[in-house]
Design a binder for this molecule. Sequence first.
Ligand SMILES: [Zn+2]
Length: 478
Amino acid sequence: MNIKMMGGVEIHQRLATDEKLFCSCSAQPKDGKPVGEIVRKQRAVAGELGEVDLAALHEYSRDRTYRYQIFPKTTCLVELDEEPPHPMNRDALETVIEVCLLLGSRVVDEVQVMRKTVIDGSNTAGFQRTAIVGLGGSIQTSKGEVGIQTICLEEESSGIVGEKDGEVTYRLDRLGIPLIEIATCPDVKDGEHAREVVEKLGNIVRITGKVQRGIGTIRQDLNISISKSGASEGARVEIKGVQELGLIGKIVEREVARQAKLLEEGKGLESEVRRALSDGETEYMRPMPGSARLYPETDVPPIKISREWVEEIRKKLPEKPEDRREKLVEELKIGEELAKKIMLSKNYPLFEKVVNELKIEPKLVAATLEETIVSLRREGAPVDNLNENKLMELFIEYKCGKFVKAAIPEVLRDVSRNPTQSISHSVEKLKLEKMSEAELRRIVEEKRKAGKSGKSLIEEMMREHRLRVDMKELSALV
Ligand SMILES: [Zn+2]
């Protein structure tokens, strides 16, 4: 049987704004204990057209009770659905416009917030707020162009804590964090391709530098249908909640095989939503939601996007991921591995600033930010104390010749433990000041008198004074 796959991917990435999308609560939840709990029940309600959504009914038939955990600083009356949403967060909208421009999408003139029925209890209101910001656009991939359908700004749902005896517990700290959702056209050809598309879209979103990092901050949905010998016979199946990039290929291939087997056995295919499991398998979740799911959010007035605003955003647009990688490798002579680490890092703006303003060797700056600090963290040093100002101070003192390259890890380790101390104080305390030319000459002279010369002299010097001697200077002198 000649099977052809048609697939689309949807990525959801949390944005790193200070506040949530429709209230002033912090958009960056911290781990901690809930300070309270509320209990609710939910019913399926008719949408605008008076029909009750099939997916909503499916959940309703389960008649469940929901417990919502309340956290300080990340929960207010908006999350509890006791107060109307506040105006939409402008920073979040600006980041989504930025991504639209990077993908060549047409930015809408007016953002109209919609309500999407959700009745698994993950939204206290029974719906999720979502708004289309961009339409169209594309990315280039190894298997041709992949079109973009829509780019939306929406609110994150509550986090599920657990389910027991028909009662589901959710945490409200996550509810309302801004999410960007990018949905592609059904141009994805196979599992490997799906992975590539997800990775490329993720890189575009990350290059803005305005997205959250870490587990759970990005997830993917996959839309898969198949056709036999050109005739479309398949039904669209949506697989939700794929978190691991490495599993995408496997999940897609297994879903294609599952659908092909059903066709082969002469069984009909149903449009349905399936859930991704951690081993690359999927399981049935619910029927595919119908069109009754979306209706206008009347509590949030439409937001005009002026062309002036879009042009302002276009002026400060970051380069595309491919262009940034090329610049790092070709122009700044950073190796491929290091370029990969720094290009989408949250440290990239600092890297750029140090390289441009202080003219320090780019490779040293990138290695310090992406490798030295990482290994210090591994050995348990409190490197979160090394903020941007502290790191800038380090590079300035280095540029002034206060210490040599090899001393950087020692200095950073010490300053991370004593964050109020200045870099130069730490260097003096550790006796790591760069050796003066006069002192260097004197010691080299002494060693010569003792019969050392050439390579063995250099080796002995580096063994004894590695953290204080600049290798290049020493070689020149010897
Ligand atoms: Zn709030």
